[in-house]
Design a protein around this ligand. Structure first.
Ligand code: CMC
Length: 430
């Protein structure tokens, strides 16, 4: 017999169906609860609310498991390329060689962006954060491909938008950086793979020959894979919610980029390095900062620690920690003072009762910032790198939501404001 749950409300019994996922995680289906009882459920921050059924990513926060389409993140990070993982997330299976070659060459073919987009860069003041430019230009793509706002596109037309976005976001990201430092913009190179081309566009100059460092390419590939999807996190939920109103892929992803920018989400990687630099500048005493993080009267948090879902360890952090060690050694940066502060902070937090009790472990962003820094990527660009990695996840989730014909997302609320009152004319107001 199918499992059900019984809710007793004012003596009346209401039966709630139980939904079970393929990994045996369970949910009460409360979809009809309001019709049956007049009650809604309240769950601030959606800490315990499933918003959708999804076949893309499985995450077990207690066990520290992360799988894309069933494949463990450890195996993908070790063996795959970023585009291979992107294909897997978006289309649901590991590509054959022919499928991957086709996908990669389509993306390569679409990396150029319309020359008029260059002019948009000029309109931003130099103080603009790269994430603001990234989200604006992502949305601006709708102007260059107006057919993308039609919600009734065929699967082939949708695929073209997907490939365009995968291709063009890397060029936009690299140009955002070049623009911020006043360097000439580099056009993409079709002879390089995704990661090498990204690095080339970011770091080469027309005046000198650019050698792509394989250590850096490998690290970048791993970082992008580790960030590629993370089920219904804040930015992904944003992409799905915006897309559920039949907004375009570019508009939905642009909204997701803004959500990712927040310091409690993807913006944390920038905040980690800024925090480490602040500790270093103030003399390197980590204990002061740990004390501040524990002080309830202080807003300060140890950036890069804690996670909404992972309560034992973040499996991405394990992989990335190893990658950080490798990259720093390969680049001769193992004695960097910033790394020493990071190690001290990690050690102290892992042995401190406050952090142990609350299960606050270093998360993926604690180490990703350290790698990006070592690769020479400016701090303000860290979250842009995260966005590039998360892109196939956002696309896959948007596509799944559309294909499943999910209804428009529209949460309920519990109103806590004033009761009805009469309008007061201006002269009578106190
Ligand atoms: N430093 C100090 N205390 C913390 C921290 C931290 N980084 N994170 C959580 N706490 C405390 C918090 O004050 C609370 O204490 P108490 O129970 O005494 O009130 C307790 O731990 C639980 O915290 P919470 O805010 O209820 O947990 P949450 O699940 O709502 O928040 C989080 C998760 C990631 C927003 C939070 O841990 C945080 O702000 N971390 C720092 C920012 C960060 O590194 N974010 C990147 C996350 S990984 C990338 C991504 O996937 O977005």
């Amino acid at each position: 017999m199918a499992e059900t749950a019984e809710l007793i409300l004012n003596g009346q019994s209401i039966t709630l169906p139980v939904i079970e996922g393929t990994e045996h995680e369970k949910a009460f289906d409360i979809g009809k609860l309001r019709d049956q009882t007049g009650y809604v459920t309240l769950d601030s921050g959606y800490k315990n609310t499933g918003a959708t059924k999804s076949a893309i990513t499985f995450l077990d926060g207690e066990e520290g498991i992360l799988r894309y389409r069933g494949y463990p993140i450890e195996q993908l990070a070790e063996n795959s390329s970023f585009l291979e993982v992107g294909y897997l997330l978006i289309y649901g299976h590991l590509p054959t060689q022919a499928e991957l070659t086709d996908f990669s060459s389509q993306i390569t073919k679409h990396t150029l962006i319309h020359e008029d987009m260059r002019k948009i860069f000029d309109g931003f003041p130099s103080s603009t954060h790269p994430m603001a430019i990234l989200s604006s230009l992502t949305c601006a793509l709708t102007g260059f491909y107006p057919e993308s706002i039609n919600p009734n596109q065929t699967a082939d037309e949708n695929n073209l938008q997907i490939v365009r976005l995968m291709a063009k976001l890397s060029t936009i990201a690299a140009w955002t950086y070049k623009n911020s430092v006043g360097h000439p913009l580099n056009y993409p190179r079709n002879d390089l793979d995704y990661c090498a081309n990204l690095l080339y566009m970011m770091f080469s100059f027309p005046t000198e020959k650019y050698e792509v460092n394989p250590v850096v390419v490998t690290a970048m590939n791993k970082l992008l894979i580790l960030h590629a999807d993370h089920e219904q996190n804040c930015s992904t939920s944003t992409v799905r919610l915006v897309g559920s109103a039949n907004a375009s892929l570019y508009g939905s992803v642009s909204a997701g980029i803004n959500a990712l920018w927040g310091p409690l989400h993807g913006g944390a990687n920038q905040e980690v390095i800024e925090m480490l630099e602040e500790i270093l500048k103030s003399g390197g005493d980590t204990s002061k900062f740990i004390a501040r993080a524990k002080d309830k009267n202080d807003q300060f948090r140890l950036m890069g620690f804690g996670h909404r879902v992972y309560k034992n360890f973040d499996p991405r952090a394990k992989i990335i920690k190893k990658a950080a060690d490798e990259v720093l050694h390969a680049l001769g940066l193992q004695d960097s003072p910033l790394l020493k502060i990071a190690q001290e902070l990690e050690q102290a937090a892992l042995t401190d009762e406050y952090f142990i009790e609350r299960k606050l472990y270093p998360n993926v962003d604690f180490y990703s910032g350290i790698i990006y820094k070592a690769l020479g990527i400016p701090t303000e660009m860290f979250t842009v790198m995260f966005a590039l990695g998360r892109l196939p996840g956002w696309i896959a989730q948007w596509k799944e939501m559309r294909e499943n014909k999910e209804p428009i997302g529209r949460p309920r609320q519990i109103y806590t404001g004033e009761l009805e009152r009469n309008y007061v004319p201006m002269a009578e107001r106190k």
